[in-house]
Write a protein that binds this ligand. Structure first.
Ligand code: SF4
Length: 232
């Protein structure tokens, strides 16, 4: 009984999931799934267990912030990117680290990711979508270096990867947001991922049922809705 009450609490207190703008965390995500979020397409109900996992990750972030402050690394945390039209986001922290040359420090954007042990153990390089995200933070803060810090949420081990700003990559990521914005505004549902359904994103996608039910290629959102209505 208590278990059900706790689950219910999580479900009832979830944040508003309506999407009205792009987030930096959308970089690298399937454009069709982001489109579905904008259009509030039918999705699988969110699981209270998953919400507890996210909450645990957020708490882990706060513990790291606390340590960074105590280390006096010139830290600012949870900093929104400068406002502009296309995308919003909040970097975990900006740090000031010594360069090794007396009295000279350098700014870094820090992005913290908590992941499960199995993925952590195998990890020899940062995940591509995480690199996309930190690249955009570097771009919007005009900082040339970043650190992706991964924490094994089961064993509490850490790995860090240093990232150098890549201007061309950022331009291509922003161009993809522009294209997707045109599709959202023009009611054009993007195509499925090329490697659907093998792509890892499809496994975790809350829209996999609606995605499967319609054309794999681009289609008009009105046609999509008609197709879904006729299937009901
Ligand atoms: S199932 Fe895969 S291709 Fe379809 S919307 Fe989700 S992530 Fe994209």
């Amino acid at each position: 009984m208590l278990k059900e009450l706790i689950d219910q609490f999580y479900i009832e207190n979830q944040k508003n999931r309506d999407q009205t703008k792009f987030y930096i965390t959308d970089a690298g995500k399937c454009p069709r799934s982001v489109f579905f979020k904008f259009k509030n397409a039918p999705r699988e109900p969110i699981d209270a267990r998953l919400m507890r996992i996210f909450e645990r990750g957020e708490n882990m972030h706060r513990s790291i912030f606390n340590i960074l402050y105590r280390l006096r690394l010139g830290v600012v945390t949870e900093i929104p990117i400068p406002s502009q039209e296309i995308v919003s986001g909040r970097a975990d922290a900006i740090l000031c680290l010594p360069t090794g040359q007396a009295g000279i420090v350098e700014n870094y954007v820090l992005d913290i990711k908590s992941i499960n042990s199995m993925i952590f153990r195998k990890m020899t390089e940062p995940k591509e979508d995480n690199v996309f995200q930190i690249q955009l933070y570097l771009h919007f803060f005009n900082i040339k270096k970043g650190i992706l810090l991964y924490i094994d949420k089961d064993l509490q081990e850490m790995k860090e990867f240093f990232i150098d700003y890549d201007e061309e990559l950022c331009k291509s990521l922003l161009a993809k947001f522009d294209t997707l914005k045109d599709q959202v505004d023009g009611d054009i549902l993007p195509a499925r991922l090329e490697d659907y359904p093998k792509n890892w994103q499809c496994n975790y996608c809350a829209f996999k049922d609606v995605c499967k039910a319609v054309n794999p290629d681009k289609m008009s959102w009105e046609d999509f809705k008609k197709k879904m209505e006729s299937a009901e």
